[in-house]
Design a protein around this ligand. Structure first.
Ligand code: SAM
Length: 246
């Protein structure tokens, strides 16, 4: 029996013999759009039980069920890395969420800074983008997208054991290489912080420089767009402290 080139995230416990009910949207996608039929197989995951091979047991236009057959991959948790970013335009914010999920962020936190362009985000839509990214990149976990919160409130309650890779656009000149800063700070819980199009305010920058667990870094001699900066910073962090090398 062929295994479909579709991975599906399902909010349901998984185990051998388990029946997995599909939502109306999932049934429409699998049977209406992708044309799967009873007996077809596909990999599924729920963010807790690893990846499972499932078989279509019932296929209707608006409903259906899958039968869980066997585990095909264990749960692989990403490193304990959060991405804090100031939301920008809709498509670019979607891009940041998608790439963060692919690059293995464990939690995505939109933050309102003094110069944040957008005062609102649609959390459910962003969470759906994170799910889609995990489905496509072979992840067994989906990062949680948090509600928009003020950066000042988040920093007021910042966990003492979590380091911050503070991407400071004013450090584009000669400075200690970011990889050296990260390596010296070492492994553990971390967050990457990316500012808005307008950059950080002077007060925010002072606040961050005064935080003992915030490490100001440069992402090179050019000012990057916020979405580019998020991808560059996450890649750099993963290379130095994350799971790229096992
Ligand atoms: N308006 C700001 C300016 O002209 O200086 C640029 C802000 S930049 C578009 C958005 C965010 O990306 C910054 O707040 C920072 O977090 C990050 N960023 C961009 N380029 C960077 C660099 N070379 N080094 C460190 N962070 C950078």
């Amino acid at each position: 029996m062929a295994v479909a080139k579709i991975r599906l995230f399902l909010e349901h416990p998984m185990g051998a013999g388990q029946t997995l009910p599909l939502t109306k949207e999932q049934a429409h996608y699998l049977f209406g759009v992708m044309r799967l039929a009873v007996g077809d197989r596909l990999p599924v995951f729920n963010g807790r039980d690893g990846e499972w091979l499932a078989e279509v047991a019932e296929a209707g236009k608006r409903a259906g069920t899958l039968a869980c057959l066997e585990q095909t991959a264990p749960l692989r948790l990403p490193p304990d890395l959060w991405l804090l970013f100031a939301p920008i335009k809709k498509e670019r914010t979607d891009f940041i969420v998608e790439k963060s999920a692919e690059l293995g962020a464990a939690r995505i936190v939109p933050v309102q800074t003094e110069f944040t362009n957008s005062g609102r985000v649609n959390r459910d839509r962003l969470q759906a983008h994170a799910v889609e990214a995990a489905e496509q990149c072979g992840g067994t976990c989906v990062p949680e997208v948090a509600d928009l919160a003020r950066l000042s409130d988040i920093l007021a309650d910042w966990p003492h054991d979590r380091q911050i890779m503070f991407c400071d656009e004013t450090l584009t000149g000669e400075t200690i290489p970011a990889r050296q800063v990260l390596a010296e700070a070492g492994r553990g819980p971390w967050a990457v912080l990316i500012g808005p199009e307008g950059g950080f305010s002077e007060a925010e920058r002072e606040r961050l420089h005064a935080l003992p667990n915030a490490h100001a870094v440069s992402l090179g001699p050019r000012i990057l767009r916020a979405d580019t900066a998020a991808v560059a910073a996450l890649a750099l962090w993963q290379d130095v402290l994350g799971d790229w090398h096992g």
